[in-house]
Design a protein around this ligand. Structure first.
Ligand SMILES: C[S@@+](CC[C@H](N)C(=O)[O-])C[C@H]1O[C@@H](n2cnc3c(N)ncnc32)[C@H](O)[C@@H]1O
Length: 215
């Protein structure tokens, strides 16, 4: 569940000094709260959304993969920054979330750039082996599989590709892990830090985002 790590007033100030959330995504936030209640906190929000969008803009990314779409907020942020011939492949296991996301994609003006795959992410990733490489992968699904997702996508990356991973601070629980998900995130963070193939930076943005590239 995404929360903020920084002082809430500082987080609010940072959000207020980040490009405003587009009206359609404000509406998506309300619709997600109405349909999913407290689970709406899984939506990426403006800070992570704009970080992903800026990464795509700065790197000129054309092919993006998202692991864990939910209601499609991060997908919309990313697709908006892709060139007209760019492609975002995104996936989720929840048909209700997919239906909501698709309703809003249809009104987004970027629908043509988004391909939605329903089903377990590892199956989607396996189906992409042998295809064109990805410039950006955003990992944001079930925490117990983070290391599996990472290992599965590393071979699919373009040479200058970036893997962005959300919730790596896990509400601060990484400092005192108790649950299986806490331990999975801690193990993932250690795995990345000790992987000689990559360089990484962990950013305390919202619930923590790690950016990973080839060493
Ligand atoms: C944190 S939400 C994604 C939020 C979205 N990226 C955003 O920022 O707006 C995580 C999503 O991962 C999905 N998920 C969980 N297990 C999955 C799996 N094995 N394969 C694909 N998606 C999965 C959940 O259904 C949920 O919608």
């Amino acid at each position: 569940m995404a929360t903020t790590i920084t002082n809430p007033d500082i987080e609010a100030y940072a959000a207020q000094h980040t490009t405003a959330v587009p009206p359609l995504l404000v509406e998506l936030q309300s619709a997600t709260e109405a349909e999913f209640g407290g689970l709406a906190t899984m939506l990426s929000g403006v800070s992570v959304g704009m970080l992903l969008q800026t990464l795509i803009f700065a790197t000129g990314a054309r092919r993006v993969l998202e692991i864990g779409m939910f209601a499609g907020m991060s997908a919309q942020y990313m697709a908006a920054a892709l060139p007209p011939d760019g492609k975002l492949i995104t996936c989720d296991v929840d048909p209700k979330a997919i239906a909501l996301a698709k309703r809003f994609f249809a009104r987004s003006g970027v629908e043509d750039k988004i391909e939605v795959r329903e089903g377990p992410a590892l199956k989607t990733i396996a189906s992409l082996v042998g295809g064109d490489p990805f410039d950006l992968v955003f990992i944001d699904a079930d925490k117990g599989n983070y290391t599996n997702y990472y290992e599965a996508v590393v071979p699919l990356m373009a040479s200058r590709g970036i893997i962005a991973v959300d919730n790596v601070l896990w509400s601060g629980n990484v400092l005192d892990p108790k649950t299986a998900d806490d331990h999975a995130i801690v193990a993932f963070n250690d795995h990345i830090r000790n992987d000689p193939r990559v360089s990484c930076v962990m950013l305390p943005v919202r619930d923590g985002v790690t950016l990973i590239r080839r060493a």
